[in-house]
Design a protein around this ligand. Sequence first.
Ligand SMILES: [Zn+2]
Length: 102
Amino acid sequence: MKEELRRVPFECRSCWHVWEEDYLVRQADARDGGEVWLRGGVPVTPPSVTEMCPRCGCRQAARFPEGYLARHPELTRPAGRAASDPTPLVSPVPKRRRWIEG
Ligand SMILES: [Zn+2]
């Protein structure tokens, strides 16, 4: 039996929020084609389009292929607001003044 961590990206079809869910996938007997999906150690249904949007709560999500967001980082950027953007907007200017003034 093998376990694999999978990060599945979703996009809400209602508010276009993009988020990821971490799952642990336990491969059961190959003859069953069985996969057991766990989230937080609890068996859950495999990710599907009924996944609930954490922002608006609707259940109309699109599932992206794994790793999709790594290739499209622009999707996770908040549209119009920088609330969750960890990059500081303040530029490191102060130390340069001495250099400019000589
Ligand atoms: Zn939504």
